[in-house]
Each structure stands twice: as C-alpha cells, then as structure tokens.
Design a protein around this ligand. Structure first.
Ligand code: HEC
Length: 148
C-alpha cells in the first residue's frame, strides 16, 4: 500500500505533463473543428418574450424545433437560427416566409435541404419571426448590412 502510493506520487509529474499535452491537443482540435461556427452563440440567453413572441415560440416548437432545436439553438438536423448569419441584414423577415413556403436548398451548411413547412400560416409565421428576432436581440444578434 505504502509502496504503491509512493510510486504513483513519483510518476505524478509525468502524468500531469501528459494530461496537459492531451488537454492542449483537445483544445486545438475543438478550435479547428468549431472555426466555421465561431459566430454561434455559446451560451444562449432566453429573454422574457412579448405576447406575440410567446405565440411564435409555440409555433416554432411545434413545427421547427425538431430541426432548428430548442430555443433555435440548432440540432444535427438543422442550423441554429439564433446565429449571426440569420441577423435581419442577411436573412430578412421575408426569408422566414419564403423558407416555410418553399423550403430551403442546402447552401449555408451541410444539414441538407429544408422541406417546405406549408402547414404554418402567415399569421403564425409573423409571430414566429417576432420570437426569433427577440431571441436574437437578447443574444446580441442585430442588423448587420449584408455584403457577401
Ligand atoms: C426537417 C428539418 C427542418 C425543419 C422542420 C425546419 N427547417 Fe428550417 N432549415 C433546415 C435546414 C437544414 C436549413 C439550412 C439550409 C442551408 O442553408 O444549408 C434551414 C434553414 C432555414 C432558414 C434559412 C433560410 C435561408 O434563406 O437561408 C430559415 C429562415 C428557416 N430554416 C426557418 C424555418 C422555420 C420557420 C421552420 C418551421 C416553420 C423550419 N425552418 C423548419 C431544416 C429544417
């Protein structure tokens, strides 16, 4: 017992060095992997919603969250909409109506195409857009001129 803990103690510095190196490589890999996504909101802030946005959240949860995630934070089926690229300067409110009506061809990500969501009415989409915009503003995502 005494002997064992001693030899562990003597190996401790090497163990620590190895862990630091492994940890460092891990950080490097995760940095490399997350580079295209660096504009994603790391820690999503959930605001107090206006009544319209509250209705919109229900529409979103019922029709969009399966792919776009709880609180629009994304899943492996679809991108986060609480993301800088969906700021109103790059994706206007109209983009949401068009996306729901016609679906979306894959172009920003590798999730594949979005199927049309024509079961969602224009009124429902109006509330839904309020919801997404309030969520975006709470997370510092505001209008940026589109210059791509
Ligand atoms: C079956 C999965 C799925 C569902 C359900 C879904 N989406 Fe999407 N959506 C996607 C994917 C995937 C993309 C990204 C396409 C790309 O840019 O590569 C996308 C993109 C979008 C975009 C960006 C459009 C653009 O012009 O680039 C909007 C806006 C959007 N979705 C809104 C919605 C709304 C609102 C709902 C619910 C009414 C919804 N989506 C339901 C998968 C889905």
């Amino acid at each position: 017992m005494e002997h064992q803990s001693k030899s562990l103690m003597s190996r401790l510095p090497a163990l620590v060095v190895a862990l630091v190196i492994i940890g460092g490589i891990g950080v490097m890999i995760s940095n490399a992997v997350s580079t295209p996504d660096q504009d994603a909101v790391a820690e999503l802030i959930i605001p107090n919603l206006s009544p319209a946005a509250e209705t919109g959240k229900q529409v979103f949860d019922n029709n969009c969250a399966a792919c776009h995630g709880a609180n629009a934070s994304g899943t492996d089926m679809g991108p986060p909409l609480a993301h800088t690229i969906y700021n109103p300067g790059h994706h206007s409110d109209a983009a949401f109506f068009i996306a729901a009506k016609n679906g979306v061809r894959r172009h920003h990500w590798n999730f594949g195409d979005m199927p049309p969501q024509s079961q969602v009415s224009e009124d429902e989409l109006t509330s839904l857009v309020s919801y997404i915009r309030e969520l975006q503003v709470a997370n510092g995502i505001t209008y940026q001129p589109h210059n791509m």
